[in-house]
Design a protein around this ligand. Structure first.
Ligand SMILES: [Zn+2]
Length: 388
């Protein structure tokens, strides 16, 4: 009997441990997907142009998932080997810290959180289980550890100088990838404006005020209140300006967008979005706000998923890019994939030359492609990040 019990206990242990090993991969495989289709054809001309571009992407949630950014994965959309294959020079990596159950673009409360289960299943340290701030700090540690392990492959960007050096290195033939840390929603401050400095010290240089629910700073585009900034929100905006942190208004309510624009003197970004006039989705804010963001020197990152561009095919993505260029001017349009953000996309980052091909096919000039694919981001960050 005792032998039998010991055997049963061992079996349970094997099942539990085995389950914990396999579960994170299983979860991501069902969450960050690639829509099956015919392989994309890229011409020699498009490939040659793509190879000489400085490419930047304003948003990929890769740090949330249970895999090293340095290792090529057979799931998800982004890792350093695939960034290199897609000739991506600069990737913004936001830290996601909370996302509601039943997440949708219309109305969510902050009462539930799916990230808690994910961090436990992925065996993140217990300090991250109950603290949104610790979840952000842990994701920063993960990117820094990867960069320390492979300094020739990945560098964490913290200053305008870092961006200038990255551009020079890439021109000289280096394949190093620059990673910029961002935050997807400043509920990670846990209601304390002093934590802006804590996040800054951990390397975060772009901060989005919101994710899918209203938080202590104000209303989300997908929350309940549709409110503008709270007094804490206004205080935080001032702190971000003082530290030269880039403000990201993706997921913020239209009232928050208007109020931030009237408060800050610095340009802002919408890191991952579509354009309402091209895709009338509740994920996208009004065109006149986009125009104002651009008029003030900001950047608009176009995503590759249905919520942003309606149909996630390359022609539809490029149609949204064309619409954005016509609306706000080519200097203010960029890429914001939302890779690894629980999205279904037509191609991962290794296949990014399909976008260059599609833009050529739809009549974009190579110089415009150069700007949209990353030139605008390099100029913007080298102006608005802290100097050194
Ligand atoms: Zn997002």
């Amino acid at each position: 009997m005792r032998v039998y019990l010991a055997g049963a206990a061992a079996l349970v242990l094997v099942v539990v441990v085995g389950g914990l090993m396999v579960l994170p991969g299983y979860v991501e495989r069902g969450t960050n997907t690639i829509i099956p289709g015919e392989p994309f054809v890229v011409s020699d001309d498009a490939r040659a142009l793509h190879k000489e571009l400085f490419i930047a992407d304003l948003h990929a949630d890769t740090l949330l998932w249970h895999r090293s950014p340095l290792t090529r994965a057979d799931r998800g959309h982004v890792d350093v080997p695939r960034l290199r294959e897609g000739n991506v020079a600069l990737q913004v990596f936001p830290a996601v810290t909370k996302s509601p159950a039943g997440q949708n673009y219309e109305e969510n409360t902050g009462d539930t959180d799916r990230i808690t289960q994910l961090v436990i299943v992925q065996r993140w340290p217990p300090r991250t289980w109950n603290s949104l701030l610790e979840r952000a700090l842990y994701q920063s540690e993960r990117l820094h550890r990867a960069a320390e392990k492979a300094p020739d492959e990945l560098k964490v960007l913290k200053s305008a100088d870092d961006v200038v050096r990255l551009v020079e290195a890439r021109i000289a033939g280096s394949e190093i990838v620059g990673g910029l840390l961002a935050i997807e929603g400043l509920h990670a401050l846990e209601g304390n404006a002093d934590n802006v400095q804590v996040l800054f010290d951990a390397g975060f240089r772009m901060m989005g005020l919101h994710h899918f629910f209203d938080n202590e700073l104000g209303g989300s585009l997908h929350g309940i209140s549709n409110a503008g900034l709270t007094p804490l929100g206004r205080e935080v905006v001032d702190k971000l300006d003082d530290l030269n942190v880039i403000i990201d208004l993706a997921h913020s309510s239209e009232a928050v967008v208007e109020e931030v624009l009237s408060q800050t003197w610095r340009p802002v970004v919408i890191s991952h979005t579509g354009l309402k006039g091209a895709c009338d989705s509740p994920r996208n804010i009004r065109d006149d706000l986009m125009k104002e963001i651009a008029r003030r020197g900001g950047l608009i990152g176009i995503g590759y998923w249905d919520g942003a561009v309606c149909d996630p095919s390359p022609p539809s993505i490029v149609a949204s890019i064309r619409y954005a260029v016509n609306l706000v001017g080519v200097d203010h349009v960029a890429l914001g994939s939302d890779y690894d953000g629980a999205t279904a996309v037509a191609f991962d980052t290794s296949q990014l030359a399909v976008l260059t091909q599609e833009m050529l096919d739809s009549g974009f000039e190579p110089d415009d492609i150069r700007q949209i694919m990353g030139g605008n981001v390099a100029v913007f960050l080298s102006k608005y990040l802290p100097a050194s």
